[in-house]
Design a protein. Structure first.
Length: 97
């Protein structure tokens, strides 16, 4: 599926990554044919509440553009936090097969 945009996240996904995260998803929104946006969590070891807020905001903006959202590569503490925050209600959680 060529209409997928991937955003690779850092080991520490927190407020200090806000500007880059926003720039990354705005690039996706500039491409007319993007239908699916995937957040790659494979490197993420730490995530804080501001990152969860950024994810909610991204999901809302993607919905406005009829772009679906997903998370890939969850593991460890980041996976636990995403689960506790119930992000699976907003994002499709793609599991490694």
């Amino acid at each position: 599926m060529a209409n997928i945009f991937y955003i690779s996240l850092p080991e520490r996904f927190d407020f200090y990554h806000h500007k880059k995260f926003t720039n990354d998803y705005q690039k996706a929104f500039l491409e007319e044919d993007i239908k699916h946006l995937v957040l790659d969590f494979s490197r993420v070891l730490y995530i804080d509440s501001s990152a969860l807020g950024m994810m909610v905001l991204l999901h809302r903006k993607a919905l406005e553009r009829q772009i679906s959202t997903a998370i890939r590569g969850l593991h460890g503490q980041a996976e636990e936090i995403i689960s506790i925050a119930n992000m699976g209600r907003l994002y499709l959680v793609e599991r490694d097969v």
